[in-house]
Each structure stands twice: as structure tokens, then as C-alpha cells.
Design a protein around this ligand. Structure first.
Ligand SMILES: *[C@@H]1O[C@H](CO)[C@@H](O)[C@H](O)[C@H]1NC(C)=O
Ligand SMILES: *[C@@H]1O[C@H](CO)[C@@H](O)[C@H](O)[C@H]1NC(C)=O
Ligand SMILES: *[C@@H]1O[C@H](CO)[C@@H](O)[C@H](O)[C@H]1NC(C)=O
Ligand SMILES: *[C@@H]1O[C@H](CO)[C@@H](O)[C@H](O)[C@H]1NC(C)=O
Ligand SMILES: *[C@@H]1O[C@H](CO)[C@@H](O)[C@H](O)[C@H]1NC(C)=O
Ligand SMILES: *[C@@H]1O[C@H](CO)[C@@H](O)[C@H](O)[C@H]1NC(C)=O
Ligand SMILES: *[C@@H]1O[C@H](CO)[C@@H](O)[C@H](O)[C@H]1NC(C)=O
Length: 920
């Protein structure tokens, strides 16, 4: 390389390295990128979009106008993408960037789609075109546009007119087609739109070797769909048809040419009679007639229901059932009669025993009394829903004969007392819901009878006192009360296998107060409204002393006193959602440093309305595994400049929702960071505002304040510079030595850093205890004094395995590579510093390598500085930016008077011992 070429080359290299390390911009204004597997509740905080089960990584962008620009900023491995905005034309190969896309939801206004628009979407399963206001925008879909989608499973058009599109070829894999809020008036139009689906008598039909088949055809909410036409659906094999909210008369379907249909949904169609003829004609197994006006059913209406297995009559104003009802529906398995007027006394029709009914929903029917043996004609019943009625008395006789009942819902009734043995006739019960009842003293004895009760909900308006014994089979428990919940726990481990616990009350108490409850298997804990005392700093007052298995903690307090909170004894906690529901409280700022001190496994941290004050890097020390950080509903939040030290470790997802910042230049690194965050998805800064002081009501956008009022962000610049400066130093050093195959070394070095930055240190790889870095000028002291004191076997020395570059690097080994490798394989680094050392490029390099290690694993003693002579701290700080990372004990000063030497050696050995032990 010629001398002239070198600077150019290194500049190129530098920009290459920058792009590797920190130049990747993920933040896109108006886009949310999130992984819903990390925080299932994420849509509560940030704009999200409805996903399909099993999909996790999604991007949801609003206000899209330049499609290409929006898409380039999104990660390639997206599974779901939702776009909202105005894009008139979808160009060819618009989404080729995202080969793993499985769901695509487009809300782009009037839209013309180009033929190859969906090229390369091999894995797409769900495609939705949506327009929010009802009918209708125009959508032009070329005939072959869907052809590349070989695995398309569901296709949906909502709020669009498809008049101008014709002859759309549907992929064979399609099983669900939806046209809602369209301008469809006659089913006949489907023939022209999708000839392959509805060959009918259409002349354009292409004969296909496969009979057209659809699982679901959803034509709901087509307000003008009133005609069916004769034989329009002939040839279509259809499992389920939904015509909810259309003015279509069900009887017309008889002439449609459809031969098979399993399931028909006619919700909210104004029907006043059961559509018996249609049911009989198709031999329907599922019929949904929710929200109609079928107030009366006569015996004469009941012909033709022999095949029906599922019937939904939700919200019809039904007063009674005809006596022949159950015998006329011999196959019935699920009957939904919720929100009718069957009360106050339940009179299930007599007659034949229904041996098939498994699920009966009688919720919200104004029922007051359940006569004895009310359900004895339903011996196979597995689910009984009686919520929202007026039941006050429940005897075991009422539940007689339900030998197979698994689910019993009695929530929101007037039950005040339950008698012992009331569940004795329900041996198979698994889940019992008693939320919203009036039982204030609940003894575990009331649960005797069922052998496998595992899910229990209890709730009473004011207080709830719980007494043992509790069934050992319990896996989940949810308890609500307004003021307090009290657990009486004399002894033992009553909740041995409980995995999930939800408590909603102002206070949770123990009786007697000096007791403890153990939840050895608890993995999910949700607390709503509870006083933070439940996790009080005082061990003796803590409700949960230790929760060794806890992985998820959702804690919504309502007391504003979260500052006393400390979470310890939670070694497995992965997800922490913490919020204060009291939006008006003026509590003192929460001390995150204390709160999060002892949560080594934390991956998700969501904080709401906690009055966090100023965040600094110390708040997040030790959270090396954090992947998602969410700050919600914060007022006057400051982001300290020290936080930028955290950047290399910043979680992958950082969200600010509804956060008002302080207008301060300390935060000026935030803008450049959000735009160039290395591998971090930042959301919410563009829309955030800041305020100068408490009485500042001007809505100043945060980013424009920072760019307008703060001088160039020297801090971040210097951070990025220091991040890459070392690279430059090396490059120049290497370029100065033409014999070195510098690229190779650079690669080795980078590899080593990368592993460190990623925190992927391998445990058992330590060959040395201490790497000693010093420069030639200080060598005499190091060899004569330091080495013997540390290396000699006990008791004369400390018996440590030392690595000295000069001694331990083999002849001919390249110093750069070996340095990086040796630092990696040493438990700690001791830098011997003097003015001369600071001037030496090698010492600098070693110091810097150690610094990066420190950044990657803060809180551990990775680096000790030993000053041979007094050095102005600032000289060190400004250059190496180490001060923030080192604890005070990590600086050692060689005493100037020999009287203090003993103490010095003792201190040095103690620090080194600690550092070595930490790594073990
Ligand atoms: C989601 O967060 C809201 C916030 O109040 C809470 O009410 C709700 O229970 C949470 N849901 C889950 C599933 O955690
Ligand atoms: C959408 O973007 C335009 C500029 O492209 C902007 O003027 C408008 O305010 C944005 N609308 C919303 C709701 O963000
Ligand atoms: C589509 O058809 C509907 C009803 O037939 C009609 O009202 C509407 O004007 C048509 N739109 C276009 C763009 O042809
Ligand atoms: C239903 O079918 C019966 C005979 O099966 C017929 O008498 C009756 O008229 C039909 N009802 C309607 C509305 O078509
Ligand atoms: C009964 O139907 C209503 C309305 O469709 C639904 O919300 C409810 O979950 C159904 N009940 C059961 C037990 O499926
Ligand atoms: C509920 O039942 C009680 C008697 O048990 C009765 O006084 C009350 O009116 C009923 N309420 C309703 C809404 O039916
Ligand atoms: C709790 O206090 C009671 C007296 O209030 C005492 O009898 C009992 O031994 C104490 N139990 C424990 C575990 O300290």
C-alpha cells in the first residue's frame, strides 16, 4: 500500500467498521417493531396490529406514504407486517425483502396492485386489505397477482369494492376468504371475481382438476347483499358460511346451488324464526343465530334439527324453550343461551335425556333459583356457564348428576354462603369461577369433592379471608377483593404446585402476621392494586419471602409508594411489568438502582407511571440479558448522558410510550442514538415532547429541542470516536509495519471484541488469573516487586497465574492477536499506569480492550488500575472514559511512603482475589 493510499484506505475501513458496529439505523418514524413473545401485553402500550397465533416479530407502520422508504428500514426477518397510510400503487416485488413474512395487513387507501407485487412471498399465509370506514374504496387486483402466494391460507377484503377486478385467480391453498363491508349486492358477482372458486355457469370459468374448496367464506357486514341468484354458488365446496349483518334471507340459500355446508352464521340478521328449512337442507352441524329477535320457539319450529351439534341463541330475548327442545336436537353438543330471559327459575325442558350436550351457556339470564336436579337430564355436561345471573342459593342437589362437569362458572352472582359439600357431586371439576360473588370467608374445605380442581377464581366486593386446607391440585388461583385479602396459613406448604397467582386488592395480609406462605412452584404472579408492602424492604413484613421459580411478575400498585419496593429472592425472573395506577400521586422518584439490583435473569422490563426521574446508567447495571425496555406514562423523565455508556448493551427493543421528557441537553445523545442505534429498535421518541420545568406547558417536541438548543452532541461523538479510535490506532500502527498481514489480525481482534460486546464469554476458558499490562519503562518495578508478590505460591505470595506479554507471549507470536486472546482468557486485568504508560500505544490498546470488556460486563471486576505515580484523574477520564465504569476500589495508588506498603499489598491482593473469585 502506498503512503498516499493509506489514509484513504483507513477511512474506507473506518466507515466499513462503523457500519458494522453502529451505523445500522432501525428506527423508522411511525413504525413499531416488536416481538410479542417477549411481552404478550405489548399491544396495551404501543401501536400494534392483530397477529395470527404463533407469529411474534412484527412491524406496524402508520402514515406510510413512501412505501419503499418505509420498507428499507425494517428488519428482513419480520413475520408480520401491517401498513397504514396512503399508497396508490403497490409496485412489483414490493415485499421481496421479507422472505419470512407470514402475515401482511394493508390499510393503504385506494389501491392499484401491480401483477408481481407479491413476488417472493413464499411463506405468506394471511393477506388482508382493509379500509376502516364502511364501504367502499376501489381496489384493483390483477388476475394473476395472488399466484406467487403458494401457501396463502386466508385472504380478506374489508371496506373495498372489487368491481374493477375480474377473474382473480385464487391460490389452491386458500381456505378462508373474507369480503366484508364491500359493495356486493348479489352473490352472483362472486362468479366474475373468483371464477376458479365459483365455476357456476360462468363462461370464463377455467376447468380445474381440483374441485374448488373453501373452509370459510365470510360475507358479513355487506349491507347491500340481498340477492343470491339461482345456482350462483354451484360447484363450491364450502364448510362454513358467514352472513352476519346482511339483509339476505337465509331461505334463499336453498336455491344457491350450494350442496354442502356444515356451519352457518346468521348473527344480527333480524331473524324472528329459526331457519329450520335451511338447517335441514344442508344438514348443518353449527348454526349461530346470536343477536336476532327469536323470542319464541314453538314445538312446531323444531323439525329439521337432527344433525345440529352447535346452536348459538345468544341475545335473542328468548323467554322459554319448548318442551320438545332437547329431544328435537338429539346431536346437540353446545347450546349457547346467554343474554336471554329464561329466569328467574330455570326450567329446562323435560323429556328425553340429552346424552350429547357437553356445553351449556346460561349466563346473563336473570336466573335466581336452580331447582334440585336442574341438570340431571344432562349427564354428559362438561361446561356449565351461569355467570351474571341472580343466583343466591346453591345446593349440592342443584348440581346433582353432573359427573363429568369440568368447568363451572358462577361468577357475578349473589352467592353469599356456600355449604360444605356443595361440590360433592362434581368429582371431575377442574375449573371453578366464583369472581364477583359475596363470599367473604372462604375455606378450602368448600372445595372438597372434586379430585382434580386446578383453576380457581374467587372474588368478593370488600374483603376476602382465605382459610386452609387448599387442594394440592391447584395450579392457578385468582383472588379479588376491594380492600384486603387475608391468607390464614398455620403451617406447611399449602400451595405446593401453584404455578399462577393473581391478587387484586389494596392489601394482602397474612394471619398470623409472623408467618410465611411458600409458593415453591409459582411462575406467574400478577398483583393489581396491591400496596408495595407486599415486597417490602423489611424481610419480616414481606408477604412473599422468596419465589425461586418466579419468571413473570406483573405488579400494578395503586399506592404511589413504590419507592420502598425492592425485589430480591427472584433468581429466575425474566419478565417484570411494574406500574403505579395512581396517576395523581406525587410520589418520590423510584430508585431503579435499588429496585432492580438483584434480578440477574431479567429479559423484559416494562415500567409505567412510576415517577422515575432521571435515568442514568447505574439504573441498569447488571441487567446484561435485558431484551426489551419499555417506559410508559412518565412525566418529566430525564435521560442522563451517562446512559450512552449503556448503548453497546442496550436491549434490542426500547419503547417510550406517553413519555414527557425534561428539556435538557444532557439527553442530546438520544436523537443520534435513536437514528443510528446498533441493532436496537427504538419507538416513540419522534412524538415525544419535553418541558423545561414543572410549569412549562408548551409542547416542545423533544428532538427539535435537542437539535435546536443543544450544541453538537460531543458526548456521543466522542463515544463513537472512542469506539472506533482504537481501530484507527491499530490500522495506522499496522500500516506502519508493511510486513504484517494486517487484515488477518484485524479480523482476529474484531472477533474477540465482538464476542465480548455480545457478552458471549465462555466460562471455562480462563488460562490466567491476571493479565498484567505495563509499559517498558515500568518494567523494572513490575518484575522486581509486583510479580513476586502475586505469583509466588502461598503464603509468601498470592499464588496467582499471571500473564505477562513480555514473558508469556511466544517468540514470533503476533502481539496484537495474542494480546486480545490473552485478555480474553484472563479473569481480570491489572494495568500498571504511569505518565509514560499513558503515552504508549500498546498500553493504550490494552487499556482499551479491557474497557470494552468492562462495558460488556459491567459490575464485575474486570479491570484494576494501579497508579505508580499521582496522575490527574481527568487526564484518564477524558481520554478513556473509564471513570464511570470503575468502582472506587478499582483504583489503587502506590503509596509514596513506605510506611503504608503493607496496607497497599493487602488491598491489592484482596481486590485481585475478589475479581478472580467472581469469575469462578
Ligand atoms: C395488560 O396490561 C393491563 C394494564 O393495566 C392489565 O390491566 C392487563 O391485565 C394486562 N394483561 C395481561 C394479559 O397481562
Ligand atoms: C403523516 O405524514 C405527513 C407528512 O408525510 C404529516 O404531515 C402528517 O402530520 C402525518 N400524520 C400523522 C397522523 O402522523
Ligand atoms: C361497483 O358496484 C357497485 C354496485 O354494483 C356500484 O354502486 C359502484 O359504483 C361500482 N363501483 C365501480 C368503481 O364501478
Ligand atoms: C319449509 O319446508 C316445509 C316442508 O319441508 C314447507 O312446507 C315450508 O313451506 C317451507 N318453508 C318455507 C318458508 O319455505
Ligand atoms: C356464547 O356466545 C357468546 C356470543 O357469541 C360468546 O361471547 C360466548 O363466549 C359463548 N359462550 C360459550 C360458552 O362459548
Ligand atoms: C335477585 O333476587 C332477589 C331475591 O333473591 C330479588 O329480590 C331481586 O329483585 C332479584 N334481582 C333481579 C335483578 O332479578
Ligand atoms: C408467631 O407469633 C405467635 C404469637 O403471636 C407465637 O406463638 C408463634 O410461635 C410465632 N410463630 C413464629 C413462626 O414465630
Amino acid at each position: 500500500v502506498s503512503r498516499m493510499g493509506r489514509p484513504l484506505l483507513s477511512l474506507t475501513l473506518l466507515s466499513f467498521l462503523m457500519s458494522l458496529g453502529s451505523g445500522w439505523a432501525w428506527t423508522t418514524p411511525d413504525c413499531t417493531i416488536a416481538d410479542s413473545s417477549l411481552l404478550s401485553n405489548i399491544s396495551y402500550y404501543i401501536p400494534s396490529c392483530p397477529l395470527a397465533p404463533g407469529l411474534h416479530l412484527f412491524a406496524s407502520c402508520s402514515n406510510v406514504s413512501d412505501l419503499a422508504q418505509t420498507l428499507t428500514a425494517l428488519p428482513r426477518r419480520l413475520e408480520a407486517l401491517c401498513l397504514q397510510g396512503t399508497v396508490p400503487v403497490l409496485p412489483a416485488d414490493a415485499f421481496g425483502h421479507f422472505p419470512t413474512l407470514q402475515l401482511l395487513r394493508l390499510q393503504l387507501g385506494t389501491l392499484r396492485i401491480t401483477s408481481g407485487a407479491f413476488q417472493r412471498l413464499d411463506q405468506l399465509q394471511h393477506l388482508f386489505f382493509e379500509h376502516p370506514t364502511p364501504c367502499c374504496l376501489s381496489l384493483l387486483l390483477p388476475s394473476d397477482a395472488l399466484e406467487p402466494l403458494r401457501f396463502l391460507n386466508s385472504l380478506s377484503f374489508q371496506g373495498y369494492c372489487l368491481n374493477s377486478s375480474q377473474n382473480i385467480q385464487l391460490p389452491l391453498s386458500l381456505s378462508r376468504l373474507t369480503l366484508r363491508h364491500s359493495c356486493l349486492t348479489d352473490l352472483q358477482e362472486l362468479q366474475g371475481l373468483f371464477p376458479s372458486l365459483v365455476p357456476g355457469s360462468s363462461p370464463t370459468a377455467i376447468s380445474s382438476p381440483w374441485p374448488p374448496f373453501l373452509e370459510v367464506l365470510d360475507l358479513s357486514a355487506n349491507m347491500q347483499l340481498s340477492r343470491v341468484g339461482v345456482k350462483t354458488l354451484r360447484g363450491l365446496q364450502l364448510h362454513s358460511l358467514r352472513l352476519d349483518g346482511t339483509p339476505l334471507s337465509a331461505l334463499e340459500l336453498l336455491a344457491s346451488g350450494l350442496l354442502h355446508l356444515d356451519s352457518l352464521s346468521l348473527v344480527d340478521t333480524g331473524a324472528e324464526k329459526l331457519p329450520g328449512n335451511v338447517t335441514a337442507y344442508f344438514e348443518l352441524s353449527t348454526l349461530d343465530l346470536g343477536r336476532n329477535q327469536i323470542q319464541h320457539i314453538g314445538d312446531e319450529d323444531l323439525s329439521g334439527y337432527h344433525s345440529l351439534e352447535h346452536l348459538n341463541l345468544h341475545a335473542n330475548g328468548l323467554h322459554s324453550l319448548p318442551t320438545r327442545f332437547l329431544s328435537a336436537l338429539p346431536q346437540l353438543q353446545r347450546l349457547n343461551l346467554s343474554m336471554n330471559k329464561l329466569g328467574p327459575t330455570l326450567a329446562l325442558p323435560e323429556g328425553l335425556v340429552s346424552s350429547n350436550l357437553r356445553v351449556l351457556d346460561l349466563s346473563h339470564n336473570e336466573l335466581s333459583a336452580l331447582p334440585s336436579g336442574a341438570f340431571s337430564s344432562l349427564p354428559q355436561l362438561e361446561e356449565l356457564w351461569l355467570g351474571g345471573n341472580n343466583i343466591s342459593n346453591l345446593s349440592s342437589e342443584a348440581l346433582e348428576g353432573l359427573r363429568w362437569l369440568k368447568t363451572l362458572d358462577l361468577s357475578w352472582n349473589q352467592i353469599k354462603v356456600l355449604k360444605l359439600g356443595w361440590l360433592s357431586s362434581l368429582p371431575a371439576l377442574i375449573s371453578l369461577n366464583l369472581l364477583g360473588t359475596y363470599i367473604e370467608n372462604f375455606s378450602g374445605r368448600l372445595l372438597q369433592g372434586p379430585q382434580k380442581l386446578s383453576h380457581l377464581w374467587l372474588g368478593s366486593p370488600e374483603i376476602l379471608e382465605l382459610y386452609p386446607p387448599w387442594p394440592l391440585t391447584l395450579l392457578s388461583l385468582e383472588v379479588w377483593a376491594q380492600s384486603y385479602i387475608q391468607f390464614s396459613v398455620p403451617h406447611g406448604k399449602p400451595f405446593q404446585f401453584l404455578e399462577s397467582l393473581t391478587l387484586q386488592a389494596s392489601y394482602v395480609l397474612l394471619h398470623p402476621g409472623n408467618n410465611t406462605v411458600h409458593f415453591p412452584s409459582l411462575r406467574h404472579l400478577t398483583l393489581r392494586g396491591c400496596s408495595p408492602g407486599i415486597f417490602s424492604t423489611h424481610k419480616s413484613q414481606r408477604f412473599f419471602p422468596q419465589l425461586h421459580s418466579l419468571e413473570h411478575l406483573h405488579f400494578w400498585s395503586y399506592h404511589g409508594g413504590t419507592e420502598g419496593l425492592q425485589l430480591f429472592g427472584l433468581p429466575r425472573l425474566r419478565v417484570l411489568e411494574l406500574g403505579n395506577l395512581d396517576s395523581l400521586s406525587e410520589s418520590r422518584p423510584v430508585n431503579l438502582e435499588v429496585l432492580l439490583e438483584d434480578l440477574p435473569q431479567l429479559e423484559v422490563l416494562a415500567l409505567s407511571n412510576l415517577n422515575l426521574g432521571n435515568l442514568s446508567v447505574s439504573s441498569f447495571r447488571g441487567l446484561g440479558l435485558l431484551q426489551l425496555l419499555l417506559l410508559n406514562s412518565e412525566w418529566a423523565l430525564g435521560l442522563d448522558s451517562s446512559l450512552q455508556e449503556f448503548i453497546p448493551q442496550m436491549p434490542q427493543y426500547v419503547y417510550f410510550s406517553d413519555v414527557t421528557f425534561i428539556c435538557q441537553c444532557e439527553s442530546s445523545w438520544v436523537g443520534p442514538w435513536a437514528a443510528r442505534a446498533p441493532n436496537t429498535f427504538v419507538y416513540g421518541l419522534e412524538k415525544s415532547i419535553c418541558m423545561a420545568n414543572a410549569s412549562d406547558y408548551f409542547k416542545t417536541p423533544l428532538l427539535s429541542f435537542l437539535s435546536g438548543h443543544c450544541p453538537d452532541n460531543l458526548e456521543l461523538q466522542s463515544f463513537l470516536t472512542s469506539f472506533t479510535l482504537v481501530v484507527l490506532v491499530i490500522i495506522f500502527a499496522l500500516l506502519g509495519c508493511p510486513n504484517w498481514s494486517w487484515l488477518h489480525h484485524l479480523q482476529a481482534l474484531f472477533h474477540a471484541w465482538w464476542r465480548k460486546l455480545g457478552g458471549r464469554n465462555h466460562r471455562s476458558q480462563y488460562h490466567y488469573d491476571v493479565f498484567i499490562s505495563y509499559c517498558r519503562q515500568d518494567r523494572a518495578w513490575v518484575l522486581a516487586e509486583l510479580i513476586p508478590a502475586l505469583e509466588k505460591p502461598l503464603p509468601a505470595g498470592e499464588g496467582l497465574r499471571l500473564c505477562l506479554p513480555e514473558r508469556d507471549f511466544g517468540v514470533g507470536q503476533d502481539r496484537m492477536e495474542t494480546t486480545a486472546a490473552s485478555i480474553e482468557s484472563s479473569k481480570t486485568i491489572l494495568c500498571v499506569l504511569s505518565h509514560q504508560a499513558l503515552g504508549s500505544p500498546w498500553c493504550n490498546l490494552e487499556l482499551r480492550l479491557a474497557t470494552y470488556r468492562l462495558v460488556a460486563k459491567p459490575g464485575t471486576t474486570s479491570l484494576l488500575l494501579l497508579f505508580l505515580e499521582p496522575i490527574d484523574r481527568r487526564q484518564l477520564c477524558s481520554y478513556h472514559r473509564l471513570a464511570r465504569w470503575l468502582q472506587k476500589e478499582d483504583y489503587l495508588h502506590l503509596p509514596q511512603r513506605s510506611a503504608n506498603w503493607e496496607a497497599f499489598w493487602e488491598q491489592l491482593r484482596r481486590r485481585l482475589r475478589k475479581a478472580v473469585q467472581e469469575k469462578e
